[in-house]
Design a protein around this ligand. Structure first.
Ligand SMILES: [Zn+2]
Length: 341
C-alpha cells in the first residue's frame, strides 16, 4: 500500500516535471481554413486583359480552375476561406526601381539581395517595423564589389524621399545595437494599390472570405502572410485564424518558393497543422519549387494533391456532412501542438 502511494506520488511529480508550462503550449482550434496565398492579377501569367501581371509567375492561370474546384467539390473540408493580398505603395522596398536597379538584380552577378538594416517596433505589429539599405546606414559595412548596392544616380527624387523617410535610416545609424541585418530581393514594381493588386475575375470568391493584406509597409516586405520579412512582426492573419478557431490550414496559391513557402513555415512554427496542395500552386523557379516543397515537408507540412482531396469526397446530405465534420472535429480536437515546432 505504501509502495503504491509512493508510486502515485512519483507519477504525479513526474507529470509535473515533464508537462510543458502553459506558456509553451498552444491548443489550436478545431476549424479548418483554406488559405489562398496571393492569387492576384499582379502574379498572373495572363490577366483579364490578356496581358501578364506586373510580376507574372509562369502558368498561374492554370491554378484558378483547380482552386475553384477545391472550393466547389471539397468545400466541406473548410470552415473558412482566407485570401492573402500582396498590396504595395509606390517606391516599396521590394521594387528594384526604388533603388535605381534592374528587376531581379538579386539573381544576377551572384551578389544576392540588397543588404538592409532593420528594426522592429515595440508594438509587435508589422506596420511599426522599418528597414533602410545598409548602404545608407553605414557605408563601410557594404562591399559593393561583392554585395548589391543601390544605384544613387538612377534613383528618382520621389524614391529618395521615400527611402530616407524610413525611420531605420536614422535610428540604425544612431543605435546599431537595436537593429539587425537582412537582405531584400529586387522585384519589378508589382501589386500596387493603384495597380493590378486585385483578385482575378475568374477566381471564385464569397463575401464571407476573409482578406488579409500584407506588404503595406513601404519600408518592409512581407512574403509570409503571417509575419513580415524581418520575421519578428506579425500581420493580422494569426489573430484572425485564432479568432476563427482554426487549427488546420490547406494552402494554395503563389509563389510556391516564396510567399507560400514562408507562410507554410510560419504556420507550422505557430502551431498549425499544414497541408500544401501541390498542384494548386505555382512558383518562380523549378529548382526553387522543388527545394521549397522538400523543406515544407521536412518541417512538418503534408503535401497532397487536389485529386487526393476530391477522393475524400464531400457528403451529399447535410446529415452526413454534419456527422463527417463531427468525426473530423473529434479527431482534430485531440491535437496539441508545441510552439516553435
Ligand atoms: Zn510583393
Amino acid at each position: 500500500m505504501k509502495m503504491q502511494s509512493l508510486q502515485l506520488l512519483l507519477s504525479a511529480l513526474l507529470l509535473l516535471v515533464v508537462s510543458p508550462s502553459p506558456s509553451t503550449i498552444i491548443v489550436k482550434g478545431d476549424n479548418t481554413a483554406l488559405l489562398v496565398i496571393d492569387v492576384q492579377e499582379c502574379f498572373m501569367d495572363f490577366t483579364g486583359t490578356g496581358d501578364p501581371g506586373s510580376l507574372a509567375v509562369s502558368d498561374t492561370s492554370a491554378i484558378i480552375p483547380i482552386i475553384n474546384k477545391i472550393r466547389k467539390d471539397a468545400g466541406c473540408v473548410f470552415d473558412t476561406v482566407v485570401r492573402s493580398q500582396d498590396l504595395h505603395p509606390d517606391h516599396h522596398i521590394s521594387f528594384a526601381s526604388t533603388f535605381g536597379l534592374e528587376p531581379f538584380a538579386h539573381l544576377s552577378g551572384n551578389k544576392g539581395g540588397l543588404p538592409l538594416t532593420c528594426f522592429s517596433a515595440d508594438s509587435g505589429l508589422a506596420e511599426g517595423s522599418a528597414c533602410c539599405p545598409t548602404y545608407y546606414v553605414n557605408r563601410d559595412r557594404v562591399d559593393c564589389d561583392t554585395q548589391l548596392c543601390p544605384s544613387p544616380e538612377n534613383i528618382s527624387d520621389d524614391a529618395k524621399m521615400s527611402i530616407f523617410n524610413s525611420t531605420a535610416c536614422e535610428k540604425c545609424k544612431e543605435s546599431p545595437g537595436e537593429c539587425f541585418d537582412t537582405t531584400q530581393a529586387m522585384w519589378t514594381d508589382h501589386c500596387l494599390r493603384s495597380g493590378d493588386s486585385g483578385f482575378p475575375v475568374g477566381l471564385d470568391t464569397k463575401p464571407t472570405d476573409v482578406v488579409v493584406q500584407k506588404g503595406g509597409n513601404v519600408h518592409v516586405d512581407s512574403y509570409s502572410a503571417f509575419l513580415d520579412n524581418t520575421k519578428r512582426l506579425k500581420t493580422s492573419l494569426d489573430d484572425t485564424l485564432t479568432e476563427l478557431s482554426v487549427g488546420t490550414i490547406y494552402m494554395v496559391g503563389i509563389a510556391t518558393d516564396y510567399c507560400v513557402y514562408f507562410s507554410a513555415l510560419d504556420a507550422l512554427s505557430l502551431g498549425y497543422e499544414v497541408y500544401v496542395v501541390t498542384d494548386a500552386m505555382r512558383g518562380i523557379s523549378e529548382s526553387g519549387v522543388a527545394a521549397a516543397l522538400a523543406d515544407m515537408e521536412e518541417q512538418g507540412a503534408t503535401l497532397i494533391t487536389s485529386d487526393e482531396m476530391f477522393a475524400k469526397g464531400c457528403p451529399r446530405t447535410s446529415t452526413t456532412q454534419k456527422s463527417t465534420k463531427q468525426n473530423r472535429k473529434t479527431k482534430s480536437s485531440k491535437k496539441v501542438r508545441k510552439q516553435g515546432k
